[in-house]
Design a protein around this ligand. Structure first.
Ligand code: NAP
Length: 242
C-alpha cells in the first residue's frame, strides 16, 4: 500500500467552496479519498470537480453546527479550514468582531473536533484532524486582534487534542499557511507597495498557491504521517525562517 495514498478514506473539509479549502478537497480526491465538501455557501463548484463528492451545508456562525455530523458516518479525515478575518485598530475593535471571529475560527474548530473525536473514539481505527492555523499562530500581526487570538488558540488546541488522542490512533496536526493567493489576500496583492513588501520577505520569492496547502494536507492525512502528532507545519515559502 502506498503510504501517501488516501484510498479508502472519507474526508470532510470545511470551507470547501473556494480558496485553500477547495484546493485541499481537490488534492485529497486526487489522492483517492471520498469527499464531503462542507460550508455555509454552496460547494457545488468543488463538488462538480470531484467524482462522487457530496455537499454539506454547515454555518459556523453556530459553533456547534457540526455536532451531529459524524455520529452515523465513517468520516476519518477532518479538515477545519473555514475561517474569517476582521480588521480594525485595537482601540476601535468591537465585541461583535471579536465574537464573530472567535466563534468561527476557534470555538467551532474545537466543537467540530470534539464531535469528530467522539465518533472516532467510539468506532476505533485511524483518523486524522488537520486544522488550518496561520502565521498569526506565531506572530502578532496588526489590526487583527481576534484573528491572532483565535489562530494562537488553534495551535494550542491542536497540541492539546494530539496529547489526548494520539494513543487512540487519531493524528491531530495543523498547517500554518503563509501568504497564499486566495480572495482573502486579494486586497494585499492589488496594492503594489504591500505586494512588493510581502514578496521581498518571502525566501521562495512568490505567493503561495492553494495547492501548496492542499498537498501538505494530503501528507498529514496519510499513513505516511502516522507518527506526527501535535505539529504545526509552516507552509510559508520560508517566511518564518527569516
Ligand atoms: P477564503 O477564500 O475566504 O475561504 C474561507 C472559507 O471559510 C470559505 O469557504 C468561507 O465560506 C468559509 N467560511 C467563512 N465563514 C464561515 C462560516 N460561518 N461557516 C462555514 N464556513 C465559513 O480564504 P482562504 O484564504 O481560503 O482561507 C481558508 C483558511 O486559511 C482560513 O482559516 C484562513 O484563516 C486560513 N489562512 C489563509 C491564509 C491566506 O494567505 N490566504 C493564510 C493563513 C491562513 P464563504 O465562501 O461562504 O465565505
Amino acid at each position: 500500500m502506498n503510504p501517501f495514498s488516501l484510498q479508502g478514506s472519507t474526508a470532510l473539509v470545511t470551507g470547501a467552496n473556494a480558496g485553500i479549502g477547495q484546493a485541499i478537497a481537490l488534492a485529497m480526491a486526487r489522492a483517492g479519498a471520498s469527499l464531503i465538501c462542507a460550508g455555509r455557501s454552496s460547494s457545488a463548484e468543488t463538488v462538480a470537480m470531484i467524482d462522487g463528492a457530496r455537499e454539506l451545508r454547515l454555518d459556523f456562525a453556530d459553533p456547534m453546527a457540526a455536532r451531529d455530523v459524524f455520529a452515523d458516518t465513517s468520516i476519518d479525515i477532518l479538515v477545519n479550514n473555514a475561517g474569517i478575518i476582521r480588521r480594525a485598530d485595537a482601540v476601535d475593535f468591537t465585541e461583535a468582531d471579536w465574537d464573530a471571529v472567535m466563534d468561527v475560527n476557534l470555538k467551532a474548530v474545537f466543537f467540530t473536533c470534539q464531535a469528530f473525536g467522539k465518533a472516532m473514539l467510539a468506532r476505533g481505527g485511524r483518523g486524522a484532524i488537520i486544522n488550518i492555523a496561520s502565521l498569526l499562530s506565531f506572530q502578532g500581526g496588526i489590526r487583527v486582534p481576534s484573528y491572532t487570538a483565535a489562530k494562537h488558540g488553534v495551535a494550542g488546541l491542536t497540541r492539546l487534542l494530539a496529547n489526548e488522542w494520539a494513543a487512540s490512533g487519531i493524528n491531530v496536526n495543523a498547517i500554518a499557511p503563509g501568504y497564499i493567493a486566495t480572495r482573502n489576500t486579494e486586497a494585499l496583492r492589488a496594492d503594489p507597495e504591500r505586494n512588493r513588501a510581502i514578496l521581498d520577505r518571502i525566501p521562495a520569492g512568490r505567493w503561495g498557491d492553494p495547492s501548496d496547502i492542499g498537498e501538505t494536507a494530503v501528507f498529514l492525512a496519510s499513513p505516511a504521517a502516522r507518527y506526527i502528532h501535535g505539529a504545526i507545519l509552516n507552509v510559508d515559502g520560508g517566511w518564518l525562517a527569516r
